[in-house]
Design a protein around this ligand. Structure first.
Ligand SMILES: [Zn+2]
Ligand SMILES: [Zn+2]
Length: 178
């Protein structure tokens, strides 16, 4: 039970951290330059929506899981948090927070990659995944909304959640089964 509560808390925390990192590190040069250049400049210009949001077949090879993100390093940086929770609340809570945040990081890596390359993803027709594609496509259309990729609770909390329609991608218009 403690593990489950700690896990859920960590998913909420993951959403807040994702929002802060995406907004203040990946879309701002206030603290660091590299994440901004790799994300706001490179990723957003390569995957502008509408038009270039989905990667083409011949572009897939340039897209490697875990190479474009520093989220796994971010997770390791939170080790003191896991240890503090373990010391204060016990081993189940410590493991719950570590597992919940690890789940979030892995979900971020997997989902962000497949959102841009959905063809092979086994959950591509799932309602939640379709929602996340549109959520992220709006972010690639206007970069000051929808900072969450996995779980948009922080977008909702901080008032950046937007449902504004974005014109369809060429693949969607052609009815290609993504
Ligand atoms: Zn972005
Ligand atoms: Zn993206």
């Amino acid at each position: 039970m403690v593990f489950v509560l700690a896990f859920l808390f960590a998913v909420w925390l993951g959403s807040v951290i994702e929002w802060v990192v995406h907004k203040h590190f990946m879309h701002s040069v206030r603290f660091m330059r590299t994440p901004h250049d790799r994300h706001a400049v490179m990723h957003h210009s390569e995957r502008r929506a509408p038009g270039k949001f989905f990667a083409k077949e011949d572009e897939l090879k340039d897209y490697h899981l875990f190479e474009t993100s520093f989220m796994p390093i971010l997770w390791l940086l939170h080790t003191p948090l896991f240890l503090s929770v373990y010391w204060v609340l016990g081993v189940a809570a410590g493991l719950g927070v570590a597992a919940g945040t690890l789940f979030y990081v892995l979900a971020y890596e997997t989902l962000h990659w497949h959102i841009h390359c959905p063809e092979e993803f086994r959950f591509r027709h799932h309602g939640w995944f379709r929602f996340l594609i549109e959520h992220h496509r709006r972010h690639h259309n206007r970069s000051n909304i929808n900072y969450n990729v996995v779980f948009p609770i922080a977008d909702w909390m901080f008032g950046t959640l937007s449902y504004r329609d974005v014109p369809a991608e060429p693949e969607q218009l052609e009815g290609v089964a993504l």
